[in-house]
Design a protein around this ligand. Structure first.
Ligand code: ZN
Length: 391
Protein backbone atom coordinates (compact mmCIF):
# COMPACT_ATOMS: atom_id res chain seq x y z
CA UNK A 1 0.00 0.00 0.00
CA UNK A 2 2.80 2.43 0.82
CA UNK A 3 4.37 2.08 -2.65
CA UNK A 4 1.01 2.70 -4.27
CA UNK A 5 0.45 5.76 -2.05
CA UNK A 6 3.90 7.16 -2.85
CA UNK A 7 3.20 6.67 -6.55
CA UNK A 8 -0.02 8.69 -6.21
CA UNK A 9 1.85 11.31 -4.19
CA UNK A 10 4.46 11.52 -6.96
CA UNK A 11 1.68 12.24 -9.47
CA UNK A 12 0.06 14.86 -7.20
CA UNK A 13 3.37 16.66 -6.57
CA UNK A 14 3.92 16.77 -10.36
CA UNK A 15 0.96 19.14 -10.72
CA UNK A 16 2.08 22.67 -9.86
CA UNK A 17 -1.01 23.77 -7.94
CA UNK A 18 0.46 26.93 -6.39
CA UNK A 19 -2.62 28.90 -5.29
CA UNK A 20 -2.48 31.45 -8.14
CA UNK A 21 -2.54 28.63 -10.75
CA UNK A 22 -5.32 26.31 -11.89
CA UNK A 23 -5.77 23.01 -10.04
CA UNK A 24 -7.94 21.47 -12.78
CA UNK A 25 -5.29 19.06 -14.13
CA UNK A 26 -4.96 17.56 -10.66
CA UNK A 27 -8.75 17.43 -10.19
CA UNK A 28 -9.14 15.74 -13.59
CA UNK A 29 -6.63 13.07 -12.58
CA UNK A 30 -8.70 12.39 -9.45
CA UNK A 31 -11.89 12.32 -11.53
CA UNK A 32 -10.36 9.66 -13.80
CA UNK A 33 -9.57 7.50 -10.81
CA UNK A 34 -13.05 7.92 -9.31
CA UNK A 35 -14.73 7.28 -12.67
CA UNK A 36 -12.81 4.00 -12.97
CA UNK A 37 -13.95 3.02 -9.45
CA UNK A 38 -17.52 4.19 -10.07
CA UNK A 39 -17.31 6.64 -7.16
CA UNK A 40 -19.72 9.60 -7.51
CA UNK A 41 -18.46 13.16 -6.96
CA UNK A 42 -19.48 16.76 -7.43
CA UNK A 43 -17.32 19.68 -8.48
CA UNK A 44 -17.70 23.33 -7.50
CA UNK A 45 -15.83 25.81 -9.65
CA UNK A 46 -14.51 29.31 -8.94
CA UNK A 47 -15.99 32.29 -10.80
CA UNK A 48 -13.81 31.92 -13.93
CA UNK A 49 -13.85 28.10 -13.93
CA UNK A 50 -10.06 27.85 -13.51
CA UNK A 51 -10.21 25.96 -10.21
CA UNK A 52 -12.51 23.43 -8.64
CA UNK A 53 -13.08 21.62 -5.42
CA UNK A 54 -14.31 18.06 -5.41
CA UNK A 55 -16.69 16.32 -3.03
CA UNK A 56 -16.90 12.54 -3.41
CA UNK A 57 -19.12 10.02 -1.68
CA UNK A 58 -18.06 6.42 -1.17
CA UNK A 59 -20.94 4.29 0.05
CA UNK A 60 -24.53 5.04 0.91
CA UNK A 61 -24.96 8.83 0.67
CA UNK A 62 -28.42 8.72 2.24
CA UNK A 63 -27.00 8.40 5.77
CA UNK A 64 -24.61 10.76 7.59
CA UNK A 65 -20.99 9.97 6.86
CA UNK A 66 -17.45 10.93 7.69
CA UNK A 67 -15.66 13.68 5.74
CA UNK A 68 -11.93 13.48 5.04
CA UNK A 69 -10.84 16.94 3.96
CA UNK A 70 -7.74 18.36 2.32
CA UNK A 71 -6.66 21.29 0.13
CA UNK A 72 -5.08 20.73 -3.28
CA UNK A 73 -3.23 24.07 -3.52
CA UNK A 74 0.31 24.71 -2.28
CA UNK A 75 2.30 27.81 -1.33
CA UNK A 76 4.74 29.35 -3.85
CA UNK A 77 8.38 28.24 -4.14
CA UNK A 78 9.54 31.68 -5.36
CA UNK A 79 12.65 32.92 -3.63
CA UNK A 80 13.17 29.60 -1.83
CA UNK A 81 16.40 27.67 -2.18
CA UNK A 82 15.43 24.08 -3.08
CA UNK A 83 18.02 21.29 -3.48
CA UNK A 84 15.92 19.67 -6.24
CA UNK A 85 12.88 20.36 -8.43
CA UNK A 86 10.05 21.09 -5.93
CA UNK A 87 7.48 19.59 -8.33
CA UNK A 88 9.30 16.28 -8.72
CA UNK A 89 9.05 13.87 -5.82
CA UNK A 90 12.47 12.93 -4.48
CA UNK A 91 12.97 10.10 -2.01
CA UNK A 92 15.93 10.10 0.37
CA UNK A 93 16.63 9.18 4.02
CA UNK A 94 13.15 7.66 4.56
CA UNK A 95 11.57 10.95 3.51
CA UNK A 96 9.93 12.23 0.35
CA UNK A 97 10.66 15.80 -0.70
CA UNK A 98 8.55 18.13 -2.84
CA UNK A 99 6.20 21.11 -2.55
CA UNK A 100 3.05 19.87 -0.88
CA UNK A 101 4.41 16.54 0.39
CA UNK A 102 3.61 17.66 3.92
CA UNK A 103 1.03 20.43 3.34
CA UNK A 104 -0.98 18.53 2.31
CA UNK A 105 -0.87 16.26 -0.71
CA UNK A 106 0.48 13.44 1.48
CA UNK A 107 -2.90 13.18 3.17
CA UNK A 108 -4.75 13.41 -0.17
CA UNK A 109 -2.54 10.64 -1.58
CA UNK A 110 -3.49 8.44 1.39
CA UNK A 111 -7.19 9.15 0.79
CA UNK A 112 -6.88 8.33 -2.92
CA UNK A 113 -4.94 5.14 -2.35
CA UNK A 114 -7.59 4.02 0.17
CA UNK A 115 -10.56 4.85 -2.09
CA UNK A 116 -10.93 1.35 -3.50
CA UNK A 117 -10.54 -0.25 -0.06
CA UNK A 118 -13.21 2.07 1.37
CA UNK A 119 -15.48 1.17 -1.53
CA UNK A 120 -15.25 -2.57 -0.91
CA UNK A 121 -15.32 -2.34 2.89
CA UNK A 122 -19.11 -2.29 3.02
CA UNK A 123 -19.15 0.43 5.68
CA UNK A 124 -22.35 1.34 7.53
CA UNK A 125 -21.69 5.03 6.85
CA UNK A 126 -20.27 6.72 3.74
CA UNK A 127 -16.80 8.21 3.50
CA UNK A 128 -16.66 11.62 1.82
CA UNK A 129 -13.58 13.22 0.35
CA UNK A 130 -13.63 17.04 0.31
CA UNK A 131 -10.71 18.39 -1.72
CA UNK A 132 -10.56 22.18 -1.97
CA UNK A 133 -8.53 24.92 -3.70
CA UNK A 134 -7.24 28.32 -2.48
CA UNK A 135 -6.82 27.25 1.14
CA UNK A 136 -3.41 28.86 1.36
CA UNK A 137 -4.80 32.28 0.43
CA UNK A 138 -7.53 32.39 3.05
CA UNK A 139 -9.57 29.17 2.89
CA UNK A 140 -11.48 30.55 -0.11
CA UNK A 141 -12.25 27.49 -2.25
CA UNK A 142 -13.84 25.32 0.39
CA UNK A 143 -16.58 27.87 1.11
CA UNK A 144 -18.83 26.93 -1.85
CA UNK A 145 -18.41 23.28 -1.01
CA UNK A 146 -19.37 23.95 2.61
CA UNK A 147 -22.34 26.06 1.54
CA UNK A 148 -23.58 23.10 -0.54
CA UNK A 149 -23.05 20.74 2.40
CA UNK A 150 -24.99 23.09 4.66
CA UNK A 151 -28.01 22.94 2.31
CA UNK A 152 -28.19 19.16 2.41
CA UNK A 153 -30.79 17.47 4.59
CA UNK A 154 -28.15 14.99 5.80
CA UNK A 155 -25.19 16.45 7.68
CA UNK A 156 -21.98 14.46 8.02
CA UNK A 157 -21.30 12.91 11.43
CA UNK A 158 -17.84 14.43 11.67
CA UNK A 159 -14.96 15.78 9.62
CA UNK A 160 -11.23 15.13 9.78
CA UNK A 161 -9.03 17.79 8.18
CA UNK A 162 -5.72 16.12 7.32
CA UNK A 163 -3.35 19.08 7.81
CA UNK A 164 0.03 18.04 9.22
CA UNK A 165 -0.18 17.28 12.96
CA UNK A 166 2.13 14.23 13.09
CA UNK A 167 -1.11 12.22 13.29
CA UNK A 168 -2.00 13.84 16.57
CA UNK A 169 -5.44 15.24 17.32
CA UNK A 170 -6.01 18.99 17.16
CA UNK A 171 -9.43 20.24 18.23
CA UNK A 172 -8.79 23.98 18.51
CA UNK A 173 -7.00 26.69 16.59
CA UNK A 174 -7.14 30.46 16.29
CA UNK A 175 -9.04 32.30 13.57
CA UNK A 176 -7.57 34.96 11.27
CA UNK A 177 -8.66 38.19 9.62
CA UNK A 178 -6.26 39.78 7.13
CA UNK A 179 -7.11 43.35 6.06
CA UNK A 180 -5.57 46.02 3.83
CA UNK A 181 -6.23 49.62 4.84
CA UNK A 182 -5.87 52.37 2.23
CA UNK A 183 -5.64 55.94 3.50
CA UNK A 184 -6.40 58.65 0.97
CA UNK A 185 -5.07 62.07 2.01
CA UNK A 186 -4.49 65.28 0.06
CA UNK A 187 -1.16 66.19 -1.55
CA UNK A 188 0.54 69.56 -1.13
CA UNK A 189 3.89 71.27 -0.58
CA UNK A 190 5.62 70.02 2.52
CA UNK A 191 6.27 73.60 3.68
CA UNK A 192 2.52 74.04 4.16
CA UNK A 193 1.47 70.90 6.07
CA UNK A 194 -1.88 72.42 7.14
CA UNK A 195 -2.98 72.77 3.51
CA UNK A 196 -2.87 69.02 2.85
CA UNK A 197 -3.82 65.77 4.55
CA UNK A 198 -0.83 63.59 5.35
CA UNK A 199 -1.86 60.00 4.59
CA UNK A 200 1.24 58.58 6.31
CA UNK A 201 0.45 60.40 9.55
CA UNK A 202 -3.15 59.16 9.48
CA UNK A 203 -1.97 55.61 8.76
CA UNK A 204 0.57 55.87 11.58
CA UNK A 205 -2.18 56.88 13.99
CA UNK A 206 -4.18 53.83 12.86
CA UNK A 207 -1.15 51.60 13.36
CA UNK A 208 -0.82 53.12 16.84
CA UNK A 209 -4.48 52.33 17.51
CA UNK A 210 -3.95 48.72 16.36
CA UNK A 211 -1.04 48.44 18.76
CA UNK A 212 -3.00 49.89 21.67
CA UNK A 213 -5.89 47.48 21.02
CA UNK A 214 -3.33 44.64 20.93
CA UNK A 215 -1.88 45.75 24.26
CA UNK A 216 -5.29 46.10 25.84
CA UNK A 217 -6.22 42.54 24.81
CA UNK A 218 -2.86 41.30 26.11
CA UNK A 219 -3.60 42.95 29.48
CA UNK A 220 -7.31 42.31 29.89
CA UNK A 221 -7.98 39.24 27.75
CA UNK A 222 -10.15 37.37 27.07
CA UNK A 223 -7.69 34.56 27.70
CA UNK A 224 -7.60 30.96 26.54
CA UNK A 225 -4.67 29.18 28.13
CA UNK A 226 -4.64 26.45 25.48
CA UNK A 227 -2.94 28.88 23.09
CA UNK A 228 0.48 30.51 22.93
CA UNK A 229 0.08 33.42 23.49
CA UNK A 230 -3.17 32.79 25.38
CA UNK A 231 -5.07 35.71 23.79
CA UNK A 232 -5.96 37.22 20.40
CA UNK A 233 -3.17 39.11 18.68
CA UNK A 234 -2.94 41.99 16.19
CA UNK A 235 0.00 42.54 13.89
CA UNK A 236 0.87 45.06 11.16
CA UNK A 237 2.97 43.33 8.50
CA UNK A 238 3.29 45.77 5.57
CA UNK A 239 3.19 49.53 4.96
CA UNK A 240 3.93 51.81 2.04
CA UNK A 241 3.22 55.45 1.21
CA UNK A 242 4.50 58.80 0.02
CA UNK A 243 6.60 59.85 -2.97
CA UNK A 244 9.16 62.43 -1.83
CA UNK A 245 10.11 64.20 1.39
CA UNK A 246 8.90 67.61 0.14
CA UNK A 247 5.42 66.38 -0.84
CA UNK A 248 2.59 65.81 1.62
CA UNK A 249 1.83 62.12 0.99
CA UNK A 250 -1.54 61.53 -0.62
CA UNK A 251 -1.68 57.74 -0.20
CA UNK A 252 -0.60 55.25 2.42
CA UNK A 253 -1.50 51.60 2.52
CA UNK A 254 -0.85 49.03 5.21
CA UNK A 255 -1.84 45.42 5.86
CA UNK A 256 -2.57 43.92 9.24
CA UNK A 257 -3.94 40.70 10.64
CA UNK A 258 -5.92 39.68 13.67
CA UNK A 259 -5.46 36.16 15.02
CA UNK A 260 -8.36 35.57 17.36
CA UNK A 261 -8.93 32.91 19.97
CA UNK A 262 -12.10 30.94 19.13
CA UNK A 263 -14.07 32.67 21.91
CA UNK A 264 -13.48 36.18 20.53
CA UNK A 265 -14.91 37.57 17.30
CA UNK A 266 -12.25 39.03 14.99
CA UNK A 267 -14.85 41.36 13.46
CA UNK A 268 -15.50 42.91 16.85
CA UNK A 269 -11.78 43.64 17.25
CA UNK A 270 -11.58 45.09 13.72
CA UNK A 271 -14.56 47.34 14.48
CA UNK A 272 -12.63 49.06 17.28
CA UNK A 273 -10.05 50.17 14.72
CA UNK A 274 -12.56 51.09 12.05
CA UNK A 275 -14.66 53.06 14.57
CA UNK A 276 -11.56 55.02 15.60
CA UNK A 277 -10.94 55.83 11.93
CA UNK A 278 -14.53 56.90 11.32
CA UNK A 279 -15.12 58.85 14.51
CA UNK A 280 -11.73 60.35 15.35
CA UNK A 281 -9.49 60.48 12.27
CA UNK A 282 -11.74 60.99 9.29
CA UNK A 283 -13.63 64.13 10.49
CA UNK A 284 -10.32 66.03 10.91
CA UNK A 285 -9.03 64.81 7.55
CA UNK A 286 -12.23 65.71 5.72
CA UNK A 287 -12.32 69.16 7.28
CA UNK A 288 -9.17 69.89 5.22
CA UNK A 289 -10.07 67.91 2.11
CA UNK A 290 -13.44 66.28 1.46
CA UNK A 291 -11.71 63.68 -0.74
CA UNK A 292 -9.95 62.19 2.26
CA UNK A 293 -10.94 58.61 2.87
CA UNK A 294 -10.03 55.43 4.74
CA UNK A 295 -10.91 52.15 3.02
CA UNK A 296 -10.75 48.60 4.38
CA UNK A 297 -10.47 45.49 2.27
CA UNK A 298 -10.54 42.00 3.76
CA UNK A 299 -8.02 39.82 1.92
CA UNK A 300 -8.52 36.61 3.84
CA UNK A 301 -10.46 35.37 6.79
CA UNK A 302 -11.21 32.10 8.53
CA UNK A 303 -12.87 31.35 11.84
CA UNK A 304 -11.18 29.74 14.80
CA UNK A 305 -11.82 26.11 15.65
CA UNK A 306 -13.13 24.94 18.97
CA UNK A 307 -14.74 21.61 18.27
CA UNK A 308 -18.09 21.18 19.94
CA UNK A 309 -18.25 17.67 21.37
CA UNK A 310 -14.44 17.72 21.41
CA UNK A 311 -14.23 15.20 24.21
CA UNK A 312 -16.29 12.37 22.66
CA UNK A 313 -14.82 13.01 19.21
CA UNK A 314 -11.29 13.05 20.64
CA UNK A 315 -12.00 9.83 22.56
CA UNK A 316 -13.23 8.12 19.40
CA UNK A 317 -10.19 9.36 17.44
CA UNK A 318 -7.83 8.14 20.17
CA UNK A 319 -9.34 4.67 19.87
CA UNK A 320 -9.05 4.69 16.09
CA UNK A 321 -5.47 5.97 16.28
CA UNK A 322 -4.78 3.52 19.10
CA UNK A 323 -2.82 6.20 20.91
CA UNK A 324 -3.24 8.98 23.40
CA UNK A 325 -1.81 11.60 21.13
CA UNK A 326 -3.83 14.69 21.80
CA UNK A 327 -2.17 17.89 20.65
CA UNK A 328 -5.12 20.07 21.70
CA UNK A 329 -4.74 23.62 20.42
CA UNK A 330 -2.38 24.95 17.75
CA UNK A 331 -1.65 28.45 16.51
CA UNK A 332 -1.91 27.85 12.74
CA UNK A 333 -5.26 27.96 10.98
CA UNK A 334 -7.07 25.46 8.76
CA UNK A 335 -10.40 24.95 7.01
CA UNK A 336 -11.64 23.06 10.07
CA UNK A 337 -13.33 26.11 11.63
CA UNK A 338 -15.51 26.52 8.51
CA UNK A 339 -16.77 22.92 8.71
CA UNK A 340 -17.31 23.31 12.43
CA UNK A 341 -19.27 26.54 11.88
CA UNK A 342 -22.03 24.69 9.98
CA UNK A 343 -22.37 22.23 12.84
CA UNK A 344 -20.09 19.40 11.71
CA UNK A 345 -17.83 18.33 14.61
CA UNK A 346 -14.36 18.68 13.12
CA UNK A 347 -10.83 17.91 14.20
CA UNK A 348 -7.45 18.24 12.49
CA UNK A 349 -5.24 15.17 12.18
CA UNK A 350 -2.82 14.37 9.38
CA UNK A 351 0.63 13.12 8.46
CA UNK A 352 3.80 15.23 8.62
CA UNK A 353 4.95 18.12 10.76
CA UNK A 354 3.77 21.72 10.39
CA UNK A 355 7.45 22.68 10.81
CA UNK A 356 8.09 21.38 7.28
CA UNK A 357 5.15 23.18 5.71
CA UNK A 358 5.82 26.21 3.45
CA UNK A 359 9.62 25.68 3.63
CA UNK A 360 12.24 24.99 0.95
CA UNK A 361 12.93 21.23 0.73
CA UNK A 362 9.51 20.52 2.24
CA UNK A 363 9.27 16.84 3.09
CA UNK A 364 7.15 14.23 4.80
CA UNK A 365 8.62 11.21 6.53
CA UNK A 366 7.48 7.98 4.89
CA UNK A 367 6.68 6.61 8.37
CA UNK A 368 4.10 9.44 8.72
CA UNK A 369 2.38 8.34 5.50
CA UNK A 370 2.43 4.76 6.80
CA UNK A 371 0.93 5.89 10.11
CA UNK A 372 -1.87 7.67 8.20
CA UNK A 373 -2.53 4.50 6.14
CA UNK A 374 -2.72 2.48 9.37
CA UNK A 375 -5.15 5.02 10.76
CA UNK A 376 -7.38 4.59 7.69
CA UNK A 377 -7.31 0.79 8.07
CA UNK A 378 -8.21 1.13 11.73
CA UNK A 379 -10.96 3.59 10.78
CA UNK A 380 -12.48 0.94 8.51
CA UNK A 381 -12.38 -1.68 11.28
CA UNK A 382 -14.02 0.67 13.77
CA UNK A 383 -16.76 1.70 11.35
CA UNK A 384 -17.37 -1.94 10.34
CA UNK A 385 -17.94 -2.76 14.02
CA UNK A 386 -20.47 0.06 14.15
CA UNK A 387 -18.23 2.26 16.30
CA UNK A 388 -19.15 5.64 14.84
CA UNK A 389 -17.91 9.06 15.89
CA UNK A 390 -20.19 10.76 18.44
CA UNK A 391 -22.62 7.88 18.68
ZN1 ZN B 1 -2.28 23.30 4.58
Amino acid sequence: MIQRTLKILRDLIGFDTTSHLSNLALIEAIQLQFDALDIPYELSFNSNNSKASLFATIGDGSVPGLVLSGHTDVVPVDGQDWSSDPFKLREADAKVYGRGTCDMKGFIAVCLSMAETFKHADLPVPIHFAFSYDEEIGCLGVRDLIEELDKRPIKPLACIVGEPTNMRIVSAHKGMLDTVCTVQGCAGHSSLPDKGVNAIVAAARLVGKIQSVAEEIKRKGPFDERFTPPHSTLHVGKISGGTAVNIIPELCEFEFEIRNIPGQDSRQIANKIEDFAKETLLPDMQAVSSNSDIQWQVLAQFPGLDTPNAVPLNDWMKKVLNSDSLLGAVSYGTEAGLFSDIGIPTIVCGPGSINQAHRPDEFVEISEIEACLEFMQSLIEHLQKGKLPLQ
